[in-house]
Design a protein around this ligand. Structure first.
Ligand SMILES: [Ca+2]
Ligand SMILES: [Ca+2]
Length: 310
């Protein structure tokens, strides 16, 4: 069903992102390439059946998010906390705003004043970046947007099914060709991570939401560019007892699923720009390489398929 028709009156203009209609069907969820990251829980592979749904063809952009903020006065968690995580080469802020590196990941700096409208810090803006993915939004911020827009976040299974574009078992949304075969197919990192980016794909940080080619279902950049929040709690054991129909992940947890990798992924360092790759972060975390796309909230969805964890 057309998402705009299903939306409540008055909501039509709120969420204007182009929709991709994903057909009902089954797919095999999980890594088939052997490239899985140990500990992430990309296996065991298992069959999953889903109803049809409409998903944003692109991630929610700065222009989209600005409409939400303008309409509601919403303050993101990064704004409430007063800082967010910025990649060290993307900082645009006075030295006094830089709090310091994150433990274990020295290329991430806490920067005071970094938020969705100031992605590099106080000296940055989103001028000219209206068609780029909004970043520095937490899972909670994404939920707030969804509530306003009459949308919801995709489940992890929906995200992977949509990203695969009908190419069951393939490593990437475009198939199994390498990411740089015949030209770059996604916005990741080239060069020496985390210090030298040769920018072969054209982008140090975010690319416009419509850069590169769509997949067969019409999605732009499910892998690369920005990580995308999903609805589910994260567990590395999710797949060991996932329901076969419309799985929704664990009932509880401490972090939420992120999918698709980002402009910081690199062939040699982080190969999470794959369909099956999984990551996660706490629901109040924000960073300069994570955003979200949404799914039409039409139809009532009960919680019957959620895994019960003892
Ligand atoms: Ca890049
Ligand atoms: Ca992405």
């Amino acid at each position: 069903m057309d998402a705009a028709r299903a939306a409540a009156p008055g909501r039509r203009a709120r969420h204007t992102v182009e929709q991709a209609t994903i057909p009902a069907g089954e797919f095999t969820m999980g890594d088939a390439s052997g490239d899985e990251n140990p500990g992430d829980g990309e296996t065991p592979r298992h069959r999953v059946a889903l109803e049809a749904f409409d998903i944003d063809a692109t991630t929610v952009t700065n222009d989209d998010f600005a409409r939400f903020v303008s309409d509601t006065g919403y303050r993101t968690e990064a704004e409430s906390f007063g800082y967010s995580a910025v990649f060290h080469l993307a900082v645009q802020a006075p030295a006094s705003d830089v709090i310091g590196p994150a433990a274990g990941t020295p290329w991430w700096l806490g920067v005071r004043g970094a938020d969705w409208a100031h992605p590099g810090g106080a000296h940055s803006t989103v001028d000219g970046l209206g068609d780029h993915p909004v970043v520095h939004v937490s899972w909670n911020d994404a939920q707030a947007y969804c509530t306003w827009a009459g949308r919801r976040l995709p489940t992890e299974a929906e995200w992977e099914y949509a990203a695969r574009g009908g190419l069951d078992g393939a490593t990437y949304p475009w198939g199994d060709d390498d990411v740089d075969e015949g030209g770059w197919r996604a916005n990741i990192w080239q060069g020496e991570f985390p210090t030298v980016n040769t920018l072969d794909d054209g982008y140090l940080t975010t690319a416009p939401a419509r850069a590169f080619d769509r997949n067969r279902y019409g999605l732009w950049q499910p892998v690369g560019n920005v990580w995308e929040w999903c609805a589910d709690w994260y567990s590395p054991r999710t797949y060991t007892r996932a329901p076969a129909v419309d799985p929704r992940g664990p009932e509880r947890g401490s972090s939420r699923v992120l999918r698709g990798g980002s402009y910081l992924c690199h062939i040699s360092y982080c190969n999470r720009y794959r369909n099956s790759a999984r990551s996660h972060n706490t629901p109040d975390s924000s960073m300069g390489n994570a955003g979200f796309r949404t799914v039409a909230a039409e139809g009532s969805r009960d919680a019957g398929a959620r895994t019960t964890w003892s």
